[in-house]
Design a protein around this ligand. Sequence first.
Ligand SMILES: [Fe+2]
Length: 226
Amino acid sequence: MTADLQIPASPLLSDDTDLFYLLREFETAYRYAPTGGSSPIRAHMRIVRERIARIMKANPAMRSPEPSALPVATHLGRAFDNGEREPTEVFVRTAAKLAPRLRWEYGYENVRPTLARKYGYTDVMGPAGFIGCEDLVLGFVLFAPGCVYPSHRHDGITESYIVLSGAVSENALGVFRPPSMIFNAAGTTHTIRTSSHEPALLAYAWTGTPEAIAGHTMKFTRTRRK
Ligand SMILES: [Fe+2]
């Protein structure tokens, strides 16, 4: 006879194996991604790593956000399949294990119907998400093929993306595919587009003061013409 497996009501990070290893993948990505000689990117990567290390050391109790799907989530399997053929393979496989638990959201109050079908994000760590943290937000954003993520900015928050699957352009400055990092200094305006054939999955990190992160509201730069 075997003893019943006792699962605590609020497991610690170290008990939640899938999340623990996902955090390791974020930490690894922000340790080994090339900086391209950019001091701001190097500094941002160090801050992300230090805050991840602090959380892993604290080993907090996990939260259990209610999973929710959005239309874009139907592209998630394809994004994982494509990502498994990229240098980001291990990160992608680790993220895929969390798929049934993810809570996909828009973040914007008024999302245009075209964007509502083609975009969603899910926080892993931050004020929302599985792991509570006030000064670092980690998560994933998923874009369907042919998505235009309109011009926006994040005041007081430094943002980076690691492209895990697919290809995106930002501000028409270049095309980024795995394992590229895209860096948006606080307050800079950016627009993201995806190719018309495949979805794109990006990991993101936001750093800022607790006040900046708690007070951030998602707004597009220009209001929609009626
Ligand atoms: Fe952004």
